[in-house]
Design a protein around this ligand. Structure first.
Ligand code: CMP
Length: 296
């Protein structure tokens, strides 16, 4: 296990020596080097903790068993102390962090002022943007108290995790860009929303939601037409009450008001929808509940 400051110093030394070598020896040759998985020795218990963390994390949800083992081997255990900076906005970064213990505050300079954004908890990850987009760190992250994180290096991330994660974000961003109600959502929150989306297809005539059922998902229409049907009371006839098209959403009432489904939703044509579960809805769209309530 390494302390964060020792690790930063070692990285800086390595970077300086690497710059020397690359200028002298490799010069203009930009050879694509074969991926050599990094193996940081660790005991079975630590491997197990990492496995549990990544199995629960959306970011790693597309990995097969071999990939998971590569990631476990490459992860480095790092301890942090109260108030310590783990990431500084604007700096270069080459590590993704996933939290084992402790809480981590995220800040970003907005209109010239360092602004608190959110607190990360165990099981959550941060620091993926610099790796995905080869960009400077987009926000700062500070350890609130004592903490323990696992760091994953850029090379392993790029070779094992990046492709699936970036593809997913790109694909779902297109769908979300058509949803008017999300226009005001912070672009980063939208990216995180993409990580949690699940896509499903339904054939014309099938029901996605039944009036009176418990509901725990919020849906966005990617393709197709759907209708909402409702019975005002058990003996009343079924009435069509709403039509939905691409970019529309439904399923919010049960989540915002904690009630059962207020209408049934039926596919009028074959359709494709994406949905998120109650936890992600509360976490990512919670701040929009006012707007959603107004639109109900
Ligand atoms: P990265 O830019 O690598 O380092 C800072 C991290 O803060 C960033 O990745 C995200 O994981 C996280 N972060 C949380 N909220 C935001 C936000 N609103 N904008 C940018 N980064 C954010």
């Amino acid at each position: 296990m390494r302390r964060l400051e020792e690790r930063k110093k070692k990285k800086a030394d390595k970077k300086n020596s690497r710059q020397g070598i690359s200028a002298e020896v490799f010069g203009q040759f930009n050879v694509k080097v074969e991926f050599q998985p990094k193996v940081i020795p660790k005991d079975a218990e630590t491997k197990d903790s990492i496995k549990r963390l990544i199995e629960k994390s959306i970011l790693f949800s597309n990995l097969n068993r071999d990939d998971i083992n590569i990631v476990i081997d490459a992860m480095e255990e790092i301890v942090t102390t109260p108030g310590q900076d783990v990431i500084i906005e604007g700096e270069q970064g080459d590590t993704l962090f996933i939290i084992q213990e402790g809480e981590f505050d995220c800040y970003k300079v907005i209109n010239g002022t360092q602004t608190y954004l959110k607190t990360y908890k165990p099981g959550e990850f941060f620091g993926e943007l610099a790796l995905m987009y080869n960009a400077p760190r987009a926000a700062s992250i500070k350890s609130k108290g004592d903490g323990k994180v696992f760091g994953l290096d850029r090379t392993t991330f790029n070779n094992i995790v990046q492709e699936a994660a970036s593809k997913k974000r790109k694909y779902y961003s297109q769908i979300l860009s058509k949803v008017e109600i999300l226009a005001e959502v912070d672009p980063y929150e939208k990216e995180q929303l993409c990580d949690t989306l699940k896509e499903e297809e339904f054939t014309a005539g099938s029901y996605l939601v039944k009036q009176g059922d418990q509901g725990d998902r919020f849906y966005i229409i990617a393709e197709g037409k759907l209708i909402a049907e409702k019975k005002e009371n058990p003996s009343a006839p079924v009435k069509k009450v709403f039509e939905y098209k691409e970019g529309d959403y439904f399923g919010e009432i049960a989540l915002v008001k904690n009630t059962v489904r207020q209408a049934s939703i039926k596919a009028e044509t074959d359709c494709r929808v994406v949905s998120i579960d109650r936890d992600a809805f509360k976490r990512l769209l919670g701040p929009m509940e006012d707007i959603l309530s107004r639109n109900m």
